[in-house]
Design a protein around this ligand. Structure first.
Ligand code: SAM
Length: 425
C-alpha cells in the first residue's frame, strides 16, 4: 500500500496513507511536551537520587544531564499516552527524554495500533515503548493501584478530554503530571454553552478572554475530579495555542489541602455590554494550625444585578479556577532548558521561547481586557496598548499581556480605573 514517512524531532514515523491520524499542526504541542517532560524527568531523577542516598549515603547517582537517552532507566518515568494514534508522541518521548522506564502507547483503533507497532520497530524503541490496544478508560482504570500507577498521563484526544479526567486523576502517582490537550474550542469559547457544561460542568463566556476562560474551566473540572480522591491540582504550565489548549498539571495528595482548593473556585459575573467581569468565590478555604481544612462562606453577591460601570445586564459563567496557570520556577527552568538545548532539538524552538517569555511576565490575575472592545463600547479612539499600560503603571498598578491574546491587558487595577483611563481618550 501507499505510505508516507515523516520525521519529527528524533522520530521517524511511517504513516499508512489515510489510515491514522497525523496532525502536523500539533508539532508545537509535541515539542512543548517533550520540553516539559524532560523537566518532569529531571525532577523525578533528583527525587530518586535522594531516595537512594537516604538508604545508602555512599550510593552513586549520575547527574540528569549524563543519563543516556534511549536506555531504559529502572525506576524511571512510567508514562501513559492514552490516545496515541501513530505512536509518534511516545516515540519522541523515548528518543528525546532521558530517564524513561516505560511508555504505554495506547489506542482503541486496531489500525492505529498496527501503526504504533510498526513505528516502535522502525525507531528501535521496543525496550521503552509498549503498544497497547485498549479503550483509554480501561488503560487508566486498570492502573489505579499505587504499585502500577503512572508518573505521567498524556491525554491528547480529538476534541474534549472531559471523559478521561476521572481515570487520569486516579491512575496518577503522587506528584505525577497530567498533560491535557483540548481542541473543542468552539464549545469552550461559548458557541455551545450546554455542550461545554456537559463536558466540564461549567458555563463558558463568549468573550475576548475566552481562551484563558477555557483553561480555567478545564482546571475547575480537573480540580473537582481530583478533590474526590483527596488530590490537589498544581498547574505547572497551561497555555492557549492556536486552536487548542494544552495543560501540564502536577497532582499531589492530601485531603485537607484538596478541600482548601475550594477557595480558588468562583462563579463569574460578566457584563453583556462592556465585558467587565466580577468574581464570586464560594468562600474562603484555608488550613488551620493543625492542618485541618477550614471554610468560611462568602456573603452576599459581589455586585448588583447590573454592571456597576455601564448599567447593563450581568450574565453568569463558570465556575472557574482562579488559582495560578503557571508555576514560575517551572517556567524559568523550562526556558533555560530550551535555551540550552542543541539547535536542532525543536522545530519550534523560537516560537516556544517567545511564548514562554510572555508567560513568564504574565500576571496571575485572572482574565483580561481587550482594549478594542472597550473602545468600541465607550465610543472612543482605540488607544494603543502601550499607552493604556503606561497609564495603569503610572497609577501604581501592575500590567502585563496574556499569552492567550496579543492585544490583551491584564492588570490588578479595579475596573473603574481602566474605565477612567479609557474615558480620557
Ligand atoms: N497523541 C497523538 C499525537 O500526538 O500524534 C494524536 C492522537 S489523536 C488526536 C486521537 C486518537 O485517539 C485517535 O487515534 C483515536 O483512534 C484515539 N481514540 C479515540 N477514542 C479513544 C479511546 N476511548 N481510547 C483510546 N483511544 C481512543
Amino acid at each position: 500500500t501507499d505510505s508516507v514517512q515523516v520525521k519529527e524531532g528524533k522520530a521517524n514515523i511511517h504513516l499508512p496513507e489515510g489510515a491514522v491520524f497525523y496532525n502536523p499542526a500539533q508539532v508545537f504541542n509535541r515539542d512543548l511536551s517533550v520540553a516539559c517532560l524532560r523537566l518532569v524527568s529531571k525532577y523525578h531523577h533528583a527525587n530518586e537520587c535522594k531516595r537512594i542516598k537516604k538508604n545508602d549515603p555512599n550510593a552513586a547517582c549520575v547527574s540528569f544531564d549524563q543519563l543516556p537517552i534511549g536506555v531504559r532507566q529502572e525506576n524511571g518515568l512510567k508514562i501513559a499516552e492514552a490516545l496515541s494514534a501513530t505512536g509518534l508522541r511516545s516515540i519522541r518521548y523515548a528518543r528525546e527524554i532521558p530517564g524513561i522506564d516505560t511508555i504505554y502507547a495506547n489506542d482503541i483503533d486496531a489500525g492505529a495500533v498496527e501503526s504504533i507497532k510498526q513505528n516502535i520497530e522502525l525507531n528501535d524503541v521496543k525496550h521503552l515503548v509498549q503498544a497497547s490496544h485498549d479503550d483509554a478508560m480501561n488503560l487508566l482504570y486498570s492502573h489505579r493501584k499505587p504499585d502500577n500507577q503512572f508518573h505521567v498521563v498524556d491525554l491528547d484526544p480529538y476534541g474534549t478530554p472531559g471523559h478521561f479526567l476521572d481515570g487520569a486523576v486516579q491512575c496518577i502517582k503522587k506528584n505525577g503530571v497530567i498533560c491535557i490537550t483540548a481542541t473543542d474550542m468552539a464549545s469552550l469559547c461559548g458557541n455551545n454553552p450546554h455542550s461545554c457544561y456537559s463536558k466540564y460542568g461549567s458555563i463558558p463566556l463568549h468573550e475576548p478572554f475566552c481562551h484563558e476562560f477555557a483553561l480555567r474551566m478545564i482546571l475547575y473540572a480537573l480540580h473537582l475530579q481530583a478533590a474526590r480522591y483527596d488530590r490537589i491540582i498544581e498547574p505547572l504550565l497551561c497555555m492557549s495555542i492556536d486552536f487548542y489548549v494544552r495543560l501540564f498539571v502536577r497532582i499531589s495528595y492530601g485531603a485537607a489541602k484538596a478541600q482548601s482548593q475550594l477557595g480558588d473556585i468562583a462563579t463569574v459575573y460578566n457584563c453583556t455590554y462592556c465585558s467587565s467581569f466580577f468574581f464570586q468565590r464560594y468562600g474562603q478555604a484555608s488550613l488551620d494550625e493543625r492542618g485541618n481544612a477550614k471554610f468560611r462562606y462568602a456573603h452576599g453577591p459581589p455586585v448588583g444585578t447590573h454592571c456597576s460601570h455601564c448599567e447593563s445586564n450581568l450574565r453568569v459563567g463558570g465556575p472557574i479556577w482562579l488559582g495560578p496557570l503557571f508555576d514560575p520556577s517551572f517556567v524559568n527552568e523550562l526556558i533555560t532548558s530550551i535555551e540550552q538545548a542543541p539547535d536542532d532539538s525543536y522545530a519550534y524552538r523560537d516560537r516556544m521561547l517567545s511564548m514562554l517569555y510572555v508567560v513568564k511576565e504574565e500576571l496571575p490575575d485572572p482574565l483580561y481586557f481587550d482594549n478594542g472592545k472597550l473602545a468600541r463600547v465607550m465610543h472612543t479612539h482605540i488607544p494603543q496598548n502601550k499607552v493604556i499600560k503606561s497609564a495603569l503603571l503610572n497609577a501604581g498598578y501592575r500590567v502585563s499581556t496574556s499569552h492567550a491574546r496579543q492585544d490583551s491587558i491584564k492588570t490588578n487595577a479595579p475596573h473603574h480605573v481602566i474605565w477612567d483611563i479609557m474615558r480620557a481618550f
